[in-house]
Design a protein around this ligand. Structure first.
Ligand code: HEM
Length: 211
């Protein structure tokens, strides 16, 4: 199978595997998985992540109606802003914090893509949506560490609950049914890699604030 025969989801997975490995083992995800992250740290992360998630929702909403790929792939349940609002409300915190440099960079990438680059928007969204696979596992670890049950406060980490695996498979099936050109596939992988870098930079900001 040459590169052109690889499905989009295979190309995204393989093209970002090195960065996934790096992102998964960085300090902030490791603190969550090992149960060391405090609720205070988690709330700081929620505030920062709410900013860029809402920016990405807004950008996709602005472009979705006139783009067939975004129309085919992005359901309203994938907009993460409402899940962050529920989590922020649960912890009684506002979403008016100062964005860290990593969040500013993420918002700039989203804003640039919103103006003229729907494929980058889709690549960014793919990584956000795919990250729910790991986040749902991380949410289990946090529930255990904090001795809580249920979804309150953790909806943005685990928005789909028991439907996570099925919804991810559906997303990939629809993605792989799109007739992307090989240039478009390469463009998406590049956007996915940018997204991993942006998320890691935000995690580094949070880790530095904790140190
Ligand atoms: C503790 C941290 C993490 C864990 C344990 C984890 C774990 C996982 C797992 C188990 C999958 C499913 C793989 C499959 O279906 O074959 C996955 C997929 C994915 N994760 Fe993560 N992940 C973590 C962090 C992250 C982060 C920080 C990001 C994004 C910045 C991310 C982005 C993705 C993406 C895009 C996918 C779908 C593509 C793929 O299957 O490789 N993950 N992750």
């Amino acid at each position: 199978m040459n590169t052109n025969d690889r499905t989009m989801s295979q190309m995204m997975k393989e093209g970002c595997a090195d960065l996934h490995d790096k992102a998964e083992h960085a300090k902030v995800p490791s603190r969550m998985v090992s149960g060391l992250m405090t609720k205070d740290e988690y709330c700081q992360m929620l505030q920062q992540d709410a900013i860029w998630n809402k920016a990405l929702d807004t950008a996709i909403l602005k472009r979705r109606a006139d783009n067939p790929y975004l129309m085919a792939l992005v359901d309203d349940i994938q907009f993460q802003g409402p899940y962050f609002d529920q989590d922020l409300a649960h912890f009684g915190i506002a979403d008016d914090c100062q964005p860290t440099p990593g969040v500013v960079a993420m918002c700039k990438t989203i804003e640039d893509a919103a103006s003229n680059d729907h494929l980058t928007l889709l690549g960014l969204h793919y990584v956000r949506e795919g990250a729910n696979n790991g986040n749902s596992y991380v949410a289990k670890k946090l529930r255990a560490a904090w001795g809580i049950e249920g979804d309150d406060g953790l909806r943005s980490m685990d928005p789909y609950g028991n439907n996570q695996r099925a919804l991810w498979e559906k997303f990939k099936t629809i993605l792989d049914a799109q007739e992307f050109s090989s240039e478009e596939k390469d463009h998406m992988v590049k956007a996915g890699r940018v997204m991993f870098e942006r998320v890691m930079a935000i995690h580094e900001d949070l880790a530095a604030a904790t140190a």
